[in-house]
Design a protein. Sequence first.
Length: 256
Amino acid sequence: MENLRQTDQVIRGWLKEIRKDVLGELHDPLSVAEKSSRKDLVTNVDKANEKKIIKYIRELDPEAKILGEEGQGDRVTDMQGHVWIIDPLDGTLNFVKQRDNFAVMIALYIDGTGVLGYIMDVMRDIIYGGGPQLGVFNQSGQLPKPANISLKDGLLGVSGPMLIHDKYHLQAIDEASSGVRIIGSAGIEFIQVLTGKQNGYISHLMPWDFAAGKILAETLDLSVTKVDGTPVDMLSSNDVLVSTRDTHKDILNMIR
Ligand code: IPD
Ligand code: CA
Ligand code: CA
Ligand code: CA
């Protein structure tokens, strides 16, 4: 692999190609299949994106391990060496129902440390990417660290099912915020937090849902942990809390 800044440009190039592919499919009938339920879908576009991203990664970084949601990568059991974690289409239900509010996410971890992360908001044509050594950039420039606002002063993103089931007394936590937002794409929710439009996001997520967002959020001095405040596990599902540091403290105080 070349140096990080060159790799950053290469990955942004992949994402632009993927975006062209997705836009090309936008008005064609989708092939949609149910996975675990009627709310858990996969389309031909999810699979095609994953196949193409894996091909790109294999060309760039042949020795690496690849964890992808749709299973065309490797069976990854540890975080040693180069591990790429990809969500080829995040917010599939939004993609199917809205043709909006979906993302493509790519992350590179080396020996367990997040090095590069990318979230592309496909319909708004914005790629948020970078990492601890580069900073976080989109096409307009470098993102500043979001203001460290408290729970009561911001909008909190949540997952619909967690709110409905009142997990962690989420309804009281939401009541304590300025308001609740439910977008339905972990990637787009992470973007809201990275850009300071929401002070946090809480959801039950798989590694590909948060791998890129975690790298970008931590680079911007945001907190990313499990909802109980312990470190997230990169190889299993987690109830994830990403937020400003003060909102993190406020939420943990309400949960404990
Ligand atoms: C889903 C979305 C959704 C989140 C789910 C994820 P997918 O990703 O990010 O917002 O609540 O947990 O599975 O399956 O559309 O890539
Ligand atoms: Ca899925
Ligand atoms: Ca996802
Ligand atoms: Ca997905």
